[in-house]
Design a protein around this ligand. Structure first.
Ligand SMILES: [Zn+2]
Length: 278
């Protein structure tokens, strides 16, 4: 596919919330334009979908681009490389999370406003051209859009802030790990980083919709795999509708600081000599 044909202002990174759907075919007024795969500097991308909704062009991928045989770091770099080539400016992601805060329950929705990255994937970047300031890393304007959309669609509990702890997975966390995080983060999951860094690197706004699928180990009570399955299959349309209705409401020209929080690095000579696999 030629470059001019996949330009898009918006992207949705699908996670476990929309995995059981053939997203966006479940949205009646979404027009699927094409499916494409790219050979990126980080390997061949997963299948990406380009669709339009109310004239807005959107790129989406399933399950954060994760596949077996591809490192999580490269899976993320592949999709963000494509977003950059496509000129994406606003990115929404979704995913299930476990609890750390004892007040949370399965099916609570949260829109994180900060994070702690405990993953061991470091230096995950595209070309290292920028110094990335991670203040307001989750775009306040996009978060407000997500909150408005969630409130219109969901009568359960919605929290407009949360600290998201990022772990590597794919296993869940141990009781001792949850205890260590207790009081420092509210929810734990595996997808917010490195996406939040890569979004800042390409100069795009990024926000995330998290929904609780399990209690952190040792916190409240043992969680049920049946509950997790129910959320996975029956709440997918809710998550999908919140994301798409958010897209409809985003003002591309609404003011925010995201692009100003990436600065030209002073370390150009260091990064220019590194390979794409560095
Ligand atoms: Zn922003």
């Amino acid at each position: 596919m030629q470059q001019e044909n996949f330009q898009a202002d918006f992207a949705i990174i699908g996670g476990s919330g929309t995995l059981s759907l053939d997203f966006p075919k479940n949205i009646s007024d979404a027009d699927l334009i094409s499916e494409f795969v790219f050979d990126t500097p980080y390997g061949r991308s997963p299948t990406m979908r380009l669709f339009s909704i109310e004239g807005r062009r959107v790129i989406t991928c399933r399950m954060h681009g994760w596949r077996s045989g591809v490192t999580r770091a490269n899976a993320s770099r592949q999709i963000f490389w494509i977003f950059r080539e496509a000129g994406v400016r606003k990115i929404l992601s979704e995913g299930g999370v476990g609890t750390i805060n004892r007040l949370l329950d399965p099916r609570d929705l949260l829109i994180p406003d900060d994070y702690i990255d405990l993953s061991v994937r470091k230096d995950v970047m595209l070309d290292g051209r920028y110094l990335l300031v991670m203040r307001d890393a989750l775009c306040p304007t996009l978060r407000k859009n997500l909150l408005d959309s969630a409130r219109r669609s969901y009568d359960g509990r919605i929290f407009d802030r949360a600290v998201y702890a990022v772990t590597d997975g794919r296993h869940f966390e141990s009781p001792a790990e949850i205890e260590m995080l207790n009081g420092r983060a509210d929810i734990v999951g595996q997808s917010l980083a490195p996406e939040v860094y890569l979004a800042r690197e390409i100069g795009a706004c990024y926000a995330n919709l998290s929904f609780v699928v399990n209690y952190g180990e040792g916190l409240t009570r043992a969680w049920s795999h049946d509950t997790l399955k129910e959320i996975f299959f029956y709440d997918a349309n809710l998550i999908s509708n919140i994301l798409v209705n958010t897209l409809r409401r985003i003002d591309l020209d609404a003011p925010c600081e995201c692009r100003k929080l990436r600065k030209e690095t002073l370390l150009k000579d260091v990064y220019n000599s590194e390979s794409a696999d560095g």
